[in-house]
Design a protein around this ligand. Structure first.
Ligand SMILES: NC(=O)c1ccc[n+]([C@@H]2O[C@H](COP(=O)([O-])OP(=O)(O)OC[C@H]3O[C@@H](n4cnc5c(N)ncnc54)[C@H](OP(=O)(O)O)[C@@H]3O)[C@@H](O)[C@H]2O)c1
Length: 197
């Protein structure tokens, strides 16, 4: 299988690439990947698909949203967050039609802050919930052509550790990566797959 992995150089991306050793993995991100892409720019996504050629699956573990207290979030912070992690992933699916093999799959990323917000997560929570709502809808509409799913990671243990917090409160990146593999190998569509504690 040819798998396009957007965000391959990140914490989750590296773990997923390791799990997919039996497949041909094409890495994509803004720098240092097989193909350069900026998720926040639809023309860049179109160019990525053209450069990749036909792929059987896409996994996206990229995309950013602004984490800051609600009252400090400016219009630009919301616009940035929506354009990047939300519309970036929406456009990844919209542009996949005709570029990903019929019956292939696209797996996106949301996060636990969609359902379990915390102080500072307003923009991130909007984005994550939006990605999940989009996947339910796109899964329905594209069901004869593409499977579309989303993995919702909880806090990743290694990320908590890098923030000086207790990694035991999180899920190891290797375990989160297995949820993407399940989405790739399974037959589901329109599903949000939890990879939380
Ligand atoms: N880590 C956690 O605790 C956690 C929890 C819940 C959800 N998540 C979600 O999981 C995803 C991956 O998290 P992570 O911890 O693996 O992140 P990470 O280590 O920061 O890696 C992010 C990856 O995405 C790429 N990237 C970033 N912005 C991009 C853009 N605009 N266009 C294309 N590529 C871009 C980065 O490469 P370049 O810099 O080269 O572009 C990198 O490969 C994110 O959506 C995050 O919100 C993470």
């Amino acid at each position: 299988m040819r798998v396009l992995l957007v965000g391959a150089s990140g914490l989750l991306g590296k773990e997923i690439a390791g799990l997919l050793a039996e497949h041909e993995v094409i890495s994509a991100s803004r720098k240092g990947a097989d193909i350069a892409v900026d998720l926040s720019d639809k023309s860049s996504i179109e160019a990525m698909y053209s450069a990749a050629g036909k792929v059987d699956a896409v996994i996206c573990v990229a995309g950013t949203a602004k984490f800051a207290p609600l009252e400090s979030l400016a219009d630009g912070d919301f616009a940035f967050s929506l354009a990047n992690k939300l519309m970036g992933q929406v456009n990844l699916v919209r542009c996949a039609v005709g570029k990903v093999t019929e019956g292939g799959s696209v797996t996106l990323t949301s996060g636990i802050l969609a359902q379990t917000p915390m102080v500072g997560s307003a923009a991130v929570s909007v984005v994550n919930a939006g990605v999940e709502a989009f996947v339910r809808s796109a899964g329905l509409e594209l069901k004869d052509r593409l499977r579309v799913n989303v993995v919702s990671p909880g806090w990743v243990a290694e990320t908590l550790q890098s923030m000086g917090k207790n990694p035991a409160d999180g899920v190891p990146a290797a375990q989160v990566a297995r949820a993407y593999k399940r989405a790739l190998d399974g037959g589901m569509t329109g599903e949000a797959i939890s990879a939380a504690n």
